[in-house]
Design a protein around this ligand. Structure first.
Ligand SMILES: O=C(O)CCC(=O)C(=O)O
Ligand SMILES: [Fe+2]
Length: 318
C-alpha cells in the first residue's frame, strides 16, 4: 500500500501486520486531500497510524492532527464525567466553568501528560512506582457508556531502553475467533471496571471492589461493530472484568479464554518510539499496553483523544 499524495508518503508499518507510517505531513496545513489520504490509510491498515515527525509539535499542531479523526474530546480526568468523579459540592459545575477554571491555571483541557516529567519545567519528577511497571492490555476508557474513539500519543521524551507501546489488532482477533467463543461473545456482555487506571493505580475517589461482580463499571457487547462495519473483540481490560450474569468462576474462565485468544502474538505489534512521532489508534479496533520503563529514565508523552460513540454489538449480538 506504499503511496504518495502530494508531499505525503504512506507505507505499511515495519514489523507489523497492520498499521501505516505517514511522513511528510505539515499539521497546520491538513486539507481535504491529506485528510482523505490519512483516513484511507487508517481504514486499509486496521486503525493504527504512526506519523513520523522528527521534531516536537506545538499544541495546536497535535490538536489539528487529532481533529482528522473526529471531534477533539476533553482529556480524561479534567472534566467531571470524563474520567473524573466530581469533587463534593462540584457536581453541578458546568463544562464551561470547569474549562474556564483550567484555562485560568494555564491548563489545556484537551491535553493530557503521561510520564514522570513536569510539563511546566521539563524536569523529571517523582511519580507512583506503578508508572514504571508494565501497563496491562486495555482499551481506553471503556468503563464509560460512550468511550472515546481515537487516542493519540506524541513522544516528547523517550528513554534509550524500555517503554515501548504494544498494540494488538482486535479485528484480526475477531476474524480468528473459534466458533464456541464467538457464540459466547454474542450471548454476553462484559462489565468494564472503572476502579483502576491503565497503570494499575486506584482512580481518585474509588475504593477497591470486593470482587469483579461488585466492581463499578459499564457493560458493553463483547463482539462489536467497527467504523467500517466489520467486527472487533472489545474486552476492555482483564483486571476486574466480569461477564454479566455468570457465576464468578464461569466469568473468570470465559474471560481467561477470550484474553488468551485476543492477545495471541500474531495479532500484536510492539512500537519502539522516536521523539516527535505521533501514534494514533482506533480504540474500537485495537488493544494497547505499555512495556516497563527504567525508573531512572525520563519518559513523557502528550496525549489527546476524540469524542466517542456507543458500542454497537456485532450482528447476532444483543
Ligand atoms: O504511554 C503509553 O505508551 C501508553 C499510555 C496509554 O495507555 C494511553 O495513553 O492510553
Ligand atoms: Fe491507554
Amino acid at each position: 500500500m506504499s503511496t504518495s499524495q502530494g508531499t505525503l508518503a504512506i507505507h505499511p508499518l515495519p514489523g507489523a501486520r497492520f498499521g501505516a507510517v505517514i511522513s511528510g505531513l505539515e499539521p497546520r496545513a491538513i486539507g481535504p486531500e491529506e485528510k482523505a489520504a490519512i483516513l484511507e490509510a487508517y481504514r486499509a491498515r486496521h486503525g493504527l497510524i504512526c506519523f513520523a515527525f522528527d521534531r516536537l509539535l506545538e499544541r495546536d499542531e497535535l490538536h489539528a492532527l487529532t481533529a482528522v479523526f473526529g471531534e477533539n474530546e476533553y482529556a480524561p480526568g479534567r472534566i467531571n464525567g470524563i474520567g473524573k468523579l466530581a469533587a463534593p459540592g462540584e457536581e453541578d459545575l458546568s463544562i464551561d466553568d470547569q474549562v474556564a477554571a483550567l484555562e485560568a491555571e494555564g491548563i489545556d483541557p484537551f491535553l493530557s501528560f503521561i510520564g514522570n516529567v513536569d510539563w511546566r519545567t521539563g524536569a523529571v519528577k517523582p511519580v507512583d512506582d506503578k508508572f514504571f511497571g508494565e501497563w496491562e492490555w486495555h482499551t481506553d476508557m471503556s468503563y464509560i457508556p460512550v468511550p472515546p474513539t481515537f487516542s493519540l500519543l506524541h513522544a516528547r521524551q523517550i528513554p534509550d531502553d524500555g517503554g515501548d507501546t504494544g498494540f494488538c489488532s482486535q479485528v484480526m482477533a475477531a476474524e480468528a475467533l473459534p466458533a464456541h467463543l464467538r457464540a459466547a461473545a454474542l450471548r454476553h456482555q462484559i462489565k468494564h471496571d472503572s476502579t483502576y487506571g491503565s497503570s494499575g493505580i486506584l482512580r481518585p475517589g474509588m475504593t477497591p471492589p470486593a470482587s469483579p461482580v461488585e466492581a463499578l463499571g459499564q457493560p458493553h457487547p463483547i463482539l462489536r461493530r467497527t467504523a467500517g462495519g466489520g467486527e472487533a473483540l472489545y474486552l476492555g481490560r482483564r483486571t476486574n472484568g466480569y461477564v454479566v450474569g455468570l457465576p464468578l468462576d464461569e466469568s473468570e474462565a470465559l474471560l481467561d479464554e477470550l484474553w488468551a485468544h485476543a492477545t495471541r502474538p500474531e495479532f500484536q505489534y510492539r512500537h519502539n518510539w522516536r521523539v516527535g512521532q505521533v501514534v494514533a489508534w482506533d480504540n474500537r479496533m485495537m488493544l494497547h499496553m505499555r512495556h516497563p520503563v527504567d525508573p531512572s529514565a525520563a519518559r513523557f508523552m502528550w496525549r489527546t483523544q476524540t469524542k466517542g460513540e456507543a458500542v454497537v454489538a456485532a450482528q447476532g449480538g444483543e
